[in-house]
Ligand binder design. Sequence first.
Ligand code: GLN
Length: 190
Amino acid sequence: MKAGVLALQGAFREHREILSTLGAETVDVRTPEQLAAIDLLVIPGGESTTMQHLLDSAGLREPLAAAIADGLAVLGTCAGLIVLAHEVLDGRADQVPLDAIDIVARRNAYGRQRDSFEADLDVSGLPGGTFRGVFIRAPAIETVGGAVEVLAEHNGRPVFAREGRVWVSAFHPELAGDFRVHERFLQEVA
Ligand code: GLN
């Protein structure tokens, strides 16, 4: 299993460390050549407008969309969720997401940086009790399409979901000191 982490911007190092700890061979992805050599991809948190800009300037948008359509497994966290969404609300006018999962995301839906928070989440199918969700200027999942499975909610709103091999979390599983979300993703897409 060769696990790539999109390393254009944001919190990619933490994801790589966890994936390595879990036994995956890991690689930073910054070019179409690196993208072509991986079995799964994590798109980290960061700043979604900047990340989308860098995707375009690196020539990664088209190959990434094609790879996902071809079955590449992807986990997008926070800004990564926004990049993968079908539609983005409160985004910048020129912000075009990849439309890889049938969700509508609202940027910064929980407020500003100082409104960042943590919450214990019941994640469906995750053994060992609740998972500590770290939400940092997090997006909300406003609506999900019929093929999307919601894996966790917070206050009645979805915060973790998947459609086929595309998984998204509004929180930062790489900051919980708990590897179970990555572990489950690896197990299920392997
Ligand atoms: N607010 C950021 C954005 O809109 C996402 C925050 C994060 O990834 N921690 O891109």
